[in-house]
Design a protein. Structure first.
Length: 261
């Protein structure tokens, strides 16, 4: 069976990106032009995998707005606007909502509950939600109520030492996860095949799965070797500039099936 057509919503890098939120890494200068070039390469990688890329304009006053993943969860049945944990990011929601309206029915997490999309990992009918300083248990309660008609199982996961759940674990195959076991417990992901990052590359657990291929940063060759040994198809991109903004490859797109039917 052919893979269904996918859509990706992305947003251009904000010229204010050097004022981004940071939690676990020290601030260092971000080369805006280099960040833009790498983001262009990332979008080209999506297109090469048959994804229809919808690029939103840059937001001059919203430093983190390139990281569109954090403001929404898009499933086949609906989309949920997340109410991100950093208040500075709340103005990002409206632009993404406008882009999603023609594709999905929209729900929203109501304050004071907060959750970042980077703390939500969907694998089949299972949705893992990481409880971090950006994401609260009340948001999980609201997600369960919204998704109750759609037969998803929501599992809460503890996260330590990193910003988001998907800093520590992402999906790299139908039943396969890439994990940094120092930041999440493998026992929380029972029933899946697990590939561990190389211990010398703690930030290497973030990959974007599109069909049967992952988009993966070029900065982690040892973990890439592990993935290739497991038979994972890989398309590499340079992503080290936005990594200085505590971003990763999943952060920069919202990918979903074009049709919800």
């Amino acid at each position: 069976m052919e893979n269904p057509m996918y859509v990706a919503i992305t947003r251009r890098v904000s010229p204010a990106v050097n004022r981004c939120e940071l939690t676990y890494i020290p601030r260092e200068p971000i080369d805006f032009n280099r960040a833009c070039a790498q983001h262009d390469q990332y979008e080209d990688a999506l297109r090469s995998l048959g994804v229809d890329v919808i690029t939103l304009d840059a937001e001059a006053d919203l430093p983190d707005s390139v990281f569109v993943e954090d403001v929404a969860l898009v499933l086949d049945e609906c989309a949920i606007l997340t109410n991100p944990g950093a208040a500075s990011r709340h103005p990002e929601i409206s632009g993404v909502e406008a882009a999603l309206t023609s594709y999905r029915d929209i729900h929203r997490i109501r304050p004071p509950a907060t959750v970042d999309g980077g703390d939500i990992l969907t694998s089949g009918r299972t949705i893992y939600v990481g409880l971090t300083h950006r994401s609260t248990s009340e948001a999980v309660t609201q997600m369960r109520a919204i998704l109750e008609p759609h037969d998803y199982q929501i599992r809460v996961v503890g996260v330590t030492g990193c910003l988001h759940l998907k800093s520590a674990v992402t999906q790299v195959g139908e039943d396969t996860l890439l994990i940094n076991p120092a930041w999440v417990s493998k026992s929380d992901f029972s029933g899946t095949i697990i590939i561990e990052v190389d211990p010398s590359e703690p930030n290497a657990a973030n990959a974007v799965l599109v069909g049967d291929t992952i988009i993966y940063p070029s900065a982690f060759p040892k973990t890439r070797d592990r993935l290739e040994s497991a038979g994972i198809k890989i398309l590499t991109v340079d992503a080290d500039e936005l990594a200085k903004a505590e971003g990763a490859v999943t952060c920069c797109s919202l990918i979903f099936r074009a049709s919800n039917g």
